[in-house]
Structure formats: structure tokens, C-alpha cells
Design a protein around this ligand. Structure first.
Ligand code: SAJ
Length: 434
């Protein structure tokens, strides 16, 4: 338990806070501190992001964030820059992607290059009593690795890995846990896991987050904090894999999986998640690999869940291939070129416009590649498809419904839930029209 008296005694307020990485997590976090009238310096290598923020605008889509950033910038509490400046606390919120997979059966390994470059970028401006927090979702040991990089760059300062509680610099891992689309509310309301490298590192971190966090700040060590975040997303991945596997079993046995799940969920201790076209986004489809890469012999279930979810898009594409063959058999006067397929939903989950790592988009693109006829996309959250998406025509729901021969429901956006498509050639991966 945190000793609030000692926090009070050691209290040195954070005048200036620097957030390194101004993406989906860093920018809202920077804006939150600024909205509490802290001086915030946002740092990003992307000049376009920096320029946009300095105009009081945002370069990402997140409800309510635009207003908060606009107010913070115009009132002078938030500024963005490409080069770090001195601050009392540094929060690192940069991406932690995979290294490229060489072999299909390889386990993707986490790539810490952005954490390394952020550490090397802030090292020259670090001073005694500064706090450095790693917020990026990271494999176990990444915070200690970051501390090593900082120590190598600043041998004139002391760090917790060698000096313990007496170090000049405090270091912690405090993973973000907010849900895209609800970031502004969840940043304030969610509990935070605070993984200091020492008890003092944790105390300082709690003091910092309490600037705006209303949830509990629960203290642990940095390795447990890293694993806690990976565990949360792996737990969800395993549960979704269970639902996805059920959907494939039910398809084989001619059972409606949606009815099955709603029946099973009436049991007081059962809560099965929903199957779909696969698992997307940059968190749940990524983070479990960090556990598997570290402990491949032990993480068998987590590994299998990843494979189950990653193979679901291919299973859906196979269903479409069967539907095309069936359609052509029933309509022998038509050629494949004359068959039109409509894909309803392209985003990685309902009611957002984010196409990154989207299984729905992956399926639509694979269909467009293998099918000689038209592939239509209906995505109510997007007006124009990005240039890299080829051979998918973006159309309104009503036009697609009329024009298509085969209908593929991929994302249960709210706009689709009020509609109904009844067709022999309907593949409904979300169970809203069947
Ligand atoms: N999905 C299903 N079936 C379900 C629920 C989700 O197929 O029953 C799919 C979605 O369609 C989507 C994917 O899973 O493709 C992930 O969506 P999500 O809503 O489960 O999660 P994310 O990726 O938007 O956000 C997650 C959250 N983690 C957990 O809920 C444990 C969020 O709290 C984290 O902060 C975020 O990852 C992150 O940044 O790590």
C-alpha cells in the first residue's frame, strides 16, 4: 500500500511534463496534463503531427480530443516539438511493433527500436530528480532495458538499476489501458498499474498521474506491470479465439453459433465473447506475441489463440469462394466476372474509422485480388478509401444491397444493425442479419 505521508514529504511538483510520441495514447495523455494547467511539451519525430498540434488541431481520430487539444494549445499549456526539451517528467508513448517475420512459422519478436531512440533523444536533457515513465505496451524487461540505454547515455547521472532508492533518476512502467473511441473518459476513470523500478519511482509516478487520474493507482514492480498489460490483452485474445473456434465448429455442425452463445451465456458463470472475421487493431492482435516470443515453450494456449484468430480471415475468404462457386452453378448463364460481392464494414471494429490491422479490410482485399468481378465496400465511417486499397469500390449501403449478388457482413457498425439483408448468398460473420 502507498504511504501517502511519505508521498507528501517527498513531494516536488511537476512543473513541466514531456510526452514523447504524440499518437493515439501520447497526445490524449499530453492534453490531459495540459487541461490540468501543467506545462506540457509534446515530442514527436513526425513534423506534420507537430505542426498540426501547434495549430491547435489533431492528426488522429478520437472523440472530444480535438476540443481539449485546441484549448490546451491556445491557452499556452501544450506545445509540440521534434526535439526534446528539459522537463520534470518524461512519458514515453511510442509504438512497439514486431520485427519483420522471415519465416511463416516464426514467432514475431517485439521491436524496441522506438523506445531506444526515445530514450536516446531525452537522455541529453535529463537532470537530477527527473521521472521517466514507459507507457508503451512492452515485453517483460523492456523498462529495465530502457533504463540501461539511459544510463549508457548519461554516465554522470545515477539510475535505479544500480543506485536503487538513492538514484538521481526515477523510472517506472505504467501501461496505458484505454479503449480507442473512449480514450478521453477512460484516461481519467480507469485504474492505473504503476510499476516503479523502486518504491520511490512508484510514489513519484502516482503523484504525477494523480494530476488527472480519478481511478486507483495500484503499485507493483516494472516487470509485473509489463506482464499485467500483456495479460489483459492476451486474456481477451484467448476468449475471442474460443468464440471464433466455436463459430467454425458450429458451421460444421449446422448450429447457429449466436443462438448457442446466448444460451450458454445464460449460465451465471459463463460469459463467452462474440466471434467475428478475426481480431484486429494494434493491441490485442500484437501483445500476446510478446509473451509467446519470451516464453515459447510455456505460452502454448496464448500461441494457439493467436493462430486461431489470425486464421479466421482465411476461413471467411474460403466461405466466399464456396458462395461464388455455388452462385455460378445455380446461375450457369453468368461468369465469375459478372458476380458482384459486397463487403459490409472495413474498419477493425464497430463504430470507428480505423482501418489499421483490420481483418475485415484484409478479407475484402483478398476477395478483390482473387475475384474477377466487382468487389464493393460499404464503410459508413469513411468517405474516401486510402490510395493503397485497390480494386474495392466504396458505395452506399442501399446501392450495394441492390447491386451485389453475394453479401458479406464483416463489421457490426450501428448503421448496419438497423438494416436487414435476406439473401441466399449472405455470409454473416457477426450474426446480425442471419
Ligand atoms: N473482437 C471480437 N469479439 C469480441 C470483442 C472484440 O472479435 O467479442 C475483436 C474486435 O472486432 C477487434 C479486436 O477484437 O477486431 C479488438 O477489439 P477490442 O475492442 O477488444 O480491443 P481494442 O484493440 O480496441 O483495445 C484493447 C483493449 N483491451 C482490453 O479490452 C483488454 C483496451 O483496453 C486496451 O487499452 C487496448 O487494447 C490497448 O491499447 O492495448
Amino acid at each position: 500500500m502507498l504511504n501517502w505521508e511519505s508521498v507528501e514529504k517527498n513531494k516536488m511538483s511537476f512543473e513541466t511534463i514531456s510526452v514523447v510520441g504524440l499518437g493515439y495514447i501520447g497526445l490524449p495523455t499530453a492534453a490531459m496534463f495540459a487541461s490540468r494547467k501543467k506545462k506540457v511539451i509534446g515530442v514527436d519525430v513526425n513534423q506534420h503531427a507537430v505542426d498540426t498540434i501547434n495549430k491547435g488541431q489533431i492528426h488522429i481520430v478520437e472523440p472530444d480530443l480535438d476540443m481539449i487539444v485546441h484549448a490546451a494549445v491556445t491557452e499556452g499549456y501544450l506545445k509540440a516539438t521534434t526535439i526534446p526539451e528539459p522537463a520534470d517528467a518524461f512519458l514515453i508513448a511510442v509504438p512497439t511493433p514486431f520485427l519483420p517475420i522471415v519465416n511463416k512459422n516464426d514467432i514475431p519478436a517485439p521491436d524496441l527500436k522506438y523506445i531506444e531512440s526515445a530514450a536516446k533523444a531525452i537522455a541529453p536533457v535529463l537532470k537530477r530528480d527527473d521521472l521517466v515513465i514507459l507507457e508503451s505496451t512492452s515485453p517483460v524487461g523492456a523498462t529495465e532495458q530502457m533504463a540501461e540505454w539511459l544510463e549508457q547515455a548519461r554516465p554522470d547521472l545515477t539510475f535505479p538499476q544500480t543506485e536503487g532508492e538513492n538514484s538521481d533518476i526515477r523510472i517506472a512502467h505504467c501501461p496505458e489501458r484505454v479503449l480507442p473511441g473512449h480514450v478521453v473518459r477512460e484516461l481519467v476513470e480507469n485504474d492505473r498499474v504503476i510499476g516503479g523500478m523502486t518504491a520511490k519511482c512508484s510514489e513519484r509516478s502516482v503523484e504525477l498521474y494523480k494530476t488527472f487520474v480519478k481511478g486507483d493507482c495500484v503499485i507493483t514492480n516494472s516487470r509485473t506491470a509489463e506482464m499485467a498489460k500483456l495479460t489483459e490483452n492476451s486474456c481477451r485474445d484467448v476468449q475471442i479465439a474460443f468464440a471464433n473456434e466455436l463459430s467454425i465448429i458450429c458451421d460444421k455442425l449446422d448450429i447457429d453459433v449466436w443462438e448457442l452463445i446466448s444460451l450458454a451465456n445464460r449460465h451465471p458463470r459463463i460469459n463467452i465473447l462474440q466471434p467475428g472475421p478475426g481480431v484486429g487493431g494494434h493491441c490485442i492482435a500484437v501483445d500476446p506475441w510478446f509473451i509467446v516470443a519470451k516464453t515459447p515453450e510455456q505460452a502454448k494456449l496464448i500461441h494457439t489463440a493467436r493462430k486461431v484468430n489470425d486464421s479466421k480471415p482465411e476461413w471467411v475468404v474460403d466461405k466466399v469462394k464456396i458462395a461464388i462457386a455455388d452462385f455460378l452453378q445455380v446461375n450457369p448463364n453468368k461468369t465469375a466476372k459478372e458476380v458482384t460481392i459486397a463487403c459490409y464494414g472495413l474498419a477493425f471494429k464497430p463504430d470507428i474509422d480505423d482501418l489499421r490491422e483490420s481483418p475485415a479490410l484484409q478479407i475484402a482485399q483478398n476477395i478483390a485480388k482473387l475475384h474477377s468481378g466487382l468487389t464493393l465496400g460499404v464503410e459508413p465511417n469513411i468517405r474516401v478509401l486510402p490510395n493503397y486499397i485497390e480494386n474495392i469500390e466504396l458505395l452506399d449501403f442501399e446501392v450495394a444491397r441492390k447491386e451485389a449478388d453475394i453479401h458479406l457482413m464483416l463489421v457490426d457498425h450501428k448503421e448496419f444493425k438497423n438494416e436487414k439483408i435476406k439473401n441466399k448468398y449472405l455470409i454473416d460473420t457477426k450474426g446480425i442479419w442471419n
